[in-house]
Structures are given as structure tokens and as C-alpha cells.
Design a protein around this ligand. Structure first.
Ligand code: IMP
Ligand code: MG
Length: 195
């Protein structure tokens, strides 16, 4: 005879990782809708121009893949990887270039594609490096903007969603390399669900 389940056995974790849970914030359909509008706006701002999308590895990979498909006309990709010294959910302010672009950006219309703008220190460093290489123009698209956390004086030209100061994962964003594969963006809680 089957035994009755206890409450604890029935409780479903909200994430595959023990002690962690993810509260939904932005759904994948909201993300896709926003990206469609952004892609059209970008093309309207640069009619007839070849655009080079520079994706910041690894968080921006999913965003870049979807955004590129919403920009009609000539579009190419390149990728750059940076890391900030320090660990965990805090940005230290010191940035290191881990992988450079494959090709020159001189004279090109460049759009940096980044997952999230937080303190802005990463983007500030990146824009300084790229500007020295004399692109024809240098713009920035971010999916998420944590405006209230800004330290560096940088702004994105295209912003998907302004979000509150909470640590988010999903749609490319990670916590310790995990959660990038979630289709939605959610707020990570390390305490886990209350019981
Ligand atoms: P910033 O230099 O403080 O603007 O940090 C930018 C980088 O920090 C992003 O590219 C992300 O990799 C990471 N980051 C900042 N906030 C979050 C978050 O809420 N979730 C996941 N990664 C984040
Ligand atoms: Mg990251």
C-alpha cells in the first residue's frame, strides 16, 4: 500500500540546486518582445550601415543571438571576454581582458552587446579600450540596467529593462556559471524557499 507523502516530500524546489531558488522577474516572451523593438530601433538609427555586434562573453551570448535576428541588413559578430577581479555577486572595479576581438574595428559601426549594466565599471573599461581603436561609431545595447547601482559614468544607448538592485540569473546571466540556460530572467535567492 502506498504511504501518504509528507509535506517535505511534496515540496518542489524552484531550482535544481539545493538551497537556491529563483523568483521569476521577466518572462521569455517579454524579453523577445523587447528585443524585437530594440532591433528595429537600431536599424532605424543606422539605415543601410553594416553593423558589427561585439558580444561580451559569456553572459551576452543569448541576447546577442536573439538581437542579431531582429536587425535586418548587414550584421556581423565578434566577441570579447573580460572579467573583474574578485568573486561572487560583487564587482571589484578592476577589469581584465581575457579574450580580445578577432578583427579590427577601425572605421566600423560597432554595437557592444552586454547582458547587464550594474556598477558600469566593466563597460567603462571596455568602451575605453574599444574607443582607442577608432571605430566609426561605438554604441551600447544592454538587456538589463540596474540603474541605482551605477558607480562609473556610463550609459547604454539601448536598454531592455531597468531592474531593481537584486541579483538576477537566467537568459545568459549566471551565478557561478550556472542558470545561464533559463529562458526567463529571475531573482536568485541563496537562502532557498522558506519552510
Ligand atoms: P559591472 O561592471 O558592475 O557593471 O558588472 C557587469 C557584470 O557583472 C555583468 O556583465 C555581469 O557579468 C555581472 N553582473 C552584475 N550584476 C549581475 C546580476 O544581477 N546577475 C548576474 N551577473 C551580474
Ligand atoms: Mg557574470
Amino acid at each position: 500500500m502506498a504511504k501518504k507523502r509528507t509535506g517535505a516530500e511534496r515540496a518542489k524546489p524552484e531550482s535544481p540546486y539545493q538551497g537556491e531558488s529563483v523568483r521569476p522577474l521577466i518572462s521569455s516572451s517579454e524579453i523577445q518582445q523587447k528585443i524585437r523593438a530594440m532591433g528595429q530601433q537600431i536599424r532605424a538609427d543606422f539605415p543601410g550601415e553594416a553593423l558589427l555586434l561585439v558580444g561580451v562573453l559569456k553572459g551576452a551570448v543569448l541576447f546577442l543571438a536573439d538581437l542579431a535576428r531582429q536587425i535586418p541588413g548587414e550584421v556581423t559578430f565578434d566577441f570579447i571576454a573580460v572579467s573583474s577581479y574578485g568573486k561572487d555577486t560583487k564587482s571589484s572595479g578592476q577589469v581584465k581582458l581575457n579574450k580580445d576581438l578577432d578583427s579590427s574595428i577601425e572605421g566600423k559601426v560597432v554595437l557592444v552587446v552586454e547582458d547587464i549594466l550594474d556598477t558600469g565599471l566593466t563597460l567603462q573599461y571596455l568602451l575605453r579600450v574599444l574607443q582607442q581603436r577608432k571605430p566609426k561609431s561605438l554604441k551600447v545595447a544592454v538587456l538589463l540596467d540596474k540603474k541605482e547601482r551605477r558607480i562609473a559614468d556610463v550609459r547604454a544607448d539601448y536598454v531592455g529593462f531597468v531592474i531593481p538592485d537584486e541579483f538576477v540569473v537566467g537568459y545568459g546571466l549566471d551565478y557561478g556559471e550556472r542558470y545561464r540556460n533559463l529562458p526567463d530572467v529571475g531573482v536568485l535567492s541563496l537562502a532557498g524557499p522558506a519552510h
